[in-house]
Design a protein around this ligand. Structure first.
Ligand code: HEC
Length: 155
Protein backbone atom coordinates (compact mmCIF):
# COMPACT_ATOMS: atom_id res chain seq x y z
CA UNK A 1 0.00 0.00 0.00
CA UNK A 2 2.76 2.38 0.99
CA UNK A 3 4.67 1.52 -2.20
CA UNK A 4 1.58 2.20 -4.33
CA UNK A 5 1.12 5.59 -2.67
CA UNK A 6 4.77 6.48 -3.27
CA UNK A 7 4.48 5.49 -6.93
CA UNK A 8 1.39 7.63 -7.41
CA UNK A 9 3.14 10.54 -5.71
CA UNK A 10 6.23 10.24 -7.92
CA UNK A 11 4.29 9.85 -11.15
CA UNK A 12 1.96 12.74 -10.38
CA UNK A 13 4.94 14.93 -9.55
CA UNK A 14 6.51 14.02 -12.88
CA UNK A 15 3.33 14.74 -14.79
CA UNK A 16 2.82 18.01 -12.95
CA UNK A 17 6.46 18.98 -13.53
CA UNK A 18 6.20 18.21 -17.25
CA UNK A 19 3.00 20.19 -17.53
CA UNK A 20 4.74 23.16 -16.00
CA UNK A 21 7.58 22.88 -18.52
CA UNK A 22 5.10 22.61 -21.40
CA UNK A 23 3.21 25.66 -20.12
CA UNK A 24 6.47 27.61 -19.89
CA UNK A 25 7.45 26.65 -23.44
CA UNK A 26 4.02 27.60 -24.74
CA UNK A 27 4.20 30.98 -22.96
CA UNK A 28 7.68 31.64 -24.34
CA UNK A 29 6.59 30.67 -27.86
CA UNK A 30 3.57 32.99 -27.57
CA UNK A 31 5.71 35.90 -26.37
CA UNK A 32 8.29 35.33 -29.15
CA UNK A 33 5.47 35.28 -31.71
CA UNK A 34 4.03 38.51 -30.25
CA UNK A 35 7.50 40.14 -30.38
CA UNK A 36 7.94 39.06 -34.02
CA UNK A 37 4.56 40.55 -34.91
CA UNK A 38 5.47 43.87 -33.22
CA UNK A 39 8.80 43.86 -35.07
CA UNK A 40 7.14 43.27 -38.45
CA UNK A 41 4.65 46.07 -37.72
CA UNK A 42 7.42 48.45 -36.57
CA UNK A 43 9.53 47.74 -39.64
CA UNK A 44 6.68 49.02 -41.81
CA UNK A 45 6.97 52.43 -40.14
CA UNK A 46 10.65 52.61 -39.23
CA UNK A 47 12.80 51.77 -42.22
CA UNK A 48 16.60 51.70 -41.97
CA UNK A 49 17.97 55.23 -42.33
CA UNK A 50 19.94 56.04 -45.50
CA UNK A 51 23.70 56.35 -45.09
CA UNK A 52 23.72 60.09 -45.79
CA UNK A 53 21.05 62.78 -45.50
CA UNK A 54 21.47 64.11 -49.00
CA UNK A 55 19.85 67.37 -49.98
CA UNK A 56 19.70 67.71 -53.80
CA UNK A 57 20.46 71.45 -53.43
CA UNK A 58 23.40 70.88 -51.10
CA UNK A 59 25.18 67.63 -51.95
CA UNK A 60 27.34 66.03 -49.28
CA UNK A 61 31.03 66.16 -50.26
CA UNK A 62 34.15 65.20 -48.29
CA UNK A 63 35.50 68.82 -48.20
CA UNK A 64 32.13 70.05 -46.84
CA UNK A 65 32.12 67.35 -44.17
CA UNK A 66 35.69 68.31 -43.16
CA UNK A 67 34.85 72.03 -43.04
CA UNK A 68 31.64 71.33 -41.13
CA UNK A 69 33.54 69.37 -38.50
CA UNK A 70 36.00 72.28 -38.01
CA UNK A 71 33.23 74.90 -37.83
CA UNK A 72 31.14 72.74 -35.49
CA UNK A 73 33.92 72.80 -32.90
CA UNK A 74 35.09 76.40 -33.44
CA UNK A 75 34.36 78.71 -30.49
CA UNK A 76 35.28 81.72 -32.67
CA UNK A 77 31.75 81.49 -34.03
CA UNK A 78 30.60 83.00 -30.71
CA UNK A 79 31.19 86.61 -29.62
CA UNK A 80 33.04 85.91 -26.36
CA UNK A 81 34.58 82.72 -27.72
CA UNK A 82 32.89 80.52 -25.11
CA UNK A 83 30.57 78.47 -27.30
CA UNK A 84 30.85 76.21 -30.28
CA UNK A 85 27.98 74.11 -31.58
CA UNK A 86 29.56 71.24 -29.69
CA UNK A 87 29.15 73.10 -26.35
CA UNK A 88 25.39 72.49 -26.41
CA UNK A 89 25.26 69.56 -28.82
CA UNK A 90 28.21 67.52 -27.60
CA UNK A 91 28.86 64.74 -30.09
CA UNK A 92 30.56 62.70 -27.35
CA UNK A 93 27.28 62.64 -25.39
CA UNK A 94 24.84 61.81 -28.20
CA UNK A 95 24.57 65.40 -29.46
CA UNK A 96 23.24 66.89 -26.20
CA UNK A 97 24.69 68.60 -23.11
CA UNK A 98 22.43 66.81 -20.62
CA UNK A 99 21.32 70.12 -19.07
CA UNK A 100 17.74 71.41 -18.72
CA UNK A 101 18.80 74.58 -20.62
CA UNK A 102 22.23 75.46 -22.01
CA UNK A 103 24.59 78.24 -20.90
CA UNK A 104 24.92 80.75 -23.73
CA UNK A 105 28.06 82.57 -24.85
CA UNK A 106 27.63 85.37 -22.30
CA UNK A 107 26.75 82.98 -19.48
CA UNK A 108 22.96 83.38 -19.62
CA UNK A 109 20.89 80.29 -20.19
CA UNK A 110 18.38 80.01 -23.00
CA UNK A 111 14.80 78.96 -22.35
CA UNK A 112 14.72 75.67 -24.23
CA UNK A 113 16.42 72.31 -23.91
CA UNK A 114 19.08 71.54 -26.53
CA UNK A 115 17.82 68.69 -28.71
CA UNK A 116 20.23 66.16 -30.11
CA UNK A 117 21.75 66.94 -33.50
CA UNK A 118 22.04 63.22 -34.26
CA UNK A 119 20.06 62.53 -37.43
CA UNK A 120 18.59 66.07 -37.32
CA UNK A 121 19.12 66.34 -41.08
CA UNK A 122 16.45 63.66 -41.54
CA UNK A 123 13.79 65.65 -39.65
CA UNK A 124 11.06 67.30 -41.70
CA UNK A 125 11.29 70.43 -39.50
CA UNK A 126 13.89 71.89 -37.17
CA UNK A 127 13.65 73.25 -33.60
CA UNK A 128 11.03 72.28 -31.02
CA UNK A 129 8.44 74.50 -32.74
CA UNK A 130 9.43 73.44 -36.26
CA UNK A 131 10.16 77.01 -37.33
CA UNK A 132 12.85 76.06 -39.88
CA UNK A 133 12.39 73.55 -42.64
CA UNK A 134 15.83 71.92 -42.77
CA UNK A 135 19.34 72.01 -41.29
CA UNK A 136 20.50 74.40 -44.01
CA UNK A 137 17.89 76.95 -42.87
CA UNK A 138 18.55 76.12 -39.21
CA UNK A 139 22.33 76.47 -39.21
CA UNK A 140 22.49 80.28 -39.35
CA UNK A 141 20.24 80.67 -36.30
CA UNK A 142 22.50 79.72 -33.37
CA UNK A 143 25.42 81.90 -34.49
CA UNK A 144 23.25 85.05 -34.55
CA UNK A 145 21.08 84.06 -31.56
CA UNK A 146 21.77 86.62 -28.78
CA UNK A 147 21.83 83.96 -26.07
CA UNK A 148 23.50 81.09 -27.88
CA UNK A 149 26.52 82.45 -29.80
CA UNK A 150 25.68 86.14 -29.84
CA UNK A 151 27.39 87.24 -33.08
CA UNK A 152 25.75 90.65 -33.70
CA UNK A 153 25.15 90.42 -37.47
CA UNK A 154 25.95 88.41 -40.57
CA UNK A 155 28.46 91.10 -41.61
C1 HEC B 1 23.95 77.76 -26.25
C2 HEC B 1 23.55 76.47 -26.73
C3 HEC B 1 23.51 76.19 -28.20
C4 HEC B 1 24.49 76.39 -29.14
C5 HEC B 1 25.85 77.05 -28.95
C6 HEC B 1 23.99 75.84 -30.38
N1 HEC B 1 22.75 75.31 -30.19
FE1 HEC B 1 21.66 74.25 -31.51
N2 HEC B 1 20.08 74.30 -30.30
C7 HEC B 1 20.10 74.79 -29.01
C8 HEC B 1 18.73 74.84 -28.50
C9 HEC B 1 18.30 75.30 -27.12
C10 HEC B 1 17.92 74.36 -29.55
C11 HEC B 1 16.39 74.30 -29.54
C12 HEC B 1 15.89 75.72 -29.76
C13 HEC B 1 14.43 75.82 -30.13
O1 HEC B 1 13.79 74.80 -30.38
O2 HEC B 1 13.96 76.96 -30.19
C14 HEC B 1 18.80 74.00 -30.65
C15 HEC B 1 18.39 73.43 -31.84
C16 HEC B 1 19.26 72.96 -32.79
C17 HEC B 1 18.90 72.10 -33.90
C18 HEC B 1 17.52 71.55 -34.20
C19 HEC B 1 17.43 70.09 -33.89
C20 HEC B 1 16.01 69.57 -33.92
O3 HEC B 1 15.83 68.37 -33.66
O4 HEC B 1 15.08 70.34 -34.18
C21 HEC B 1 20.03 71.87 -34.62
C22 HEC B 1 20.19 71.03 -35.89
C23 HEC B 1 21.09 72.62 -33.98
N3 HEC B 1 20.60 73.25 -32.87
C24 HEC B 1 22.38 72.71 -34.46
C25 HEC B 1 23.30 73.63 -33.97
C26 HEC B 1 24.50 74.04 -34.67
C27 HEC B 1 24.95 73.51 -36.02
C28 HEC B 1 25.13 74.95 -33.86
C29 HEC B 1 26.38 75.73 -34.16
C30 HEC B 1 26.36 76.58 -35.32
C31 HEC B 1 24.33 75.08 -32.66
N4 HEC B 1 23.20 74.30 -32.78
C32 HEC B 1 24.68 75.85 -31.57
C33 HEC B 1 21.20 75.17 -28.30
C34 HEC B 1 22.41 75.52 -28.87
Amino acid sequence: MKKQFLLILISSTLVFGCNQATDKNATEAKSTKAKDEVLVKAQKYFAVLPETADNPDNKVTIPKVKLGKILYNDTRLSLEGNNSCNSCHNLATYGVDNLPTSPGDAGNNGTRNSPTVFNAAFHFTQFWDGREKDVEAQAGGPVLNPVEMNIPSEE
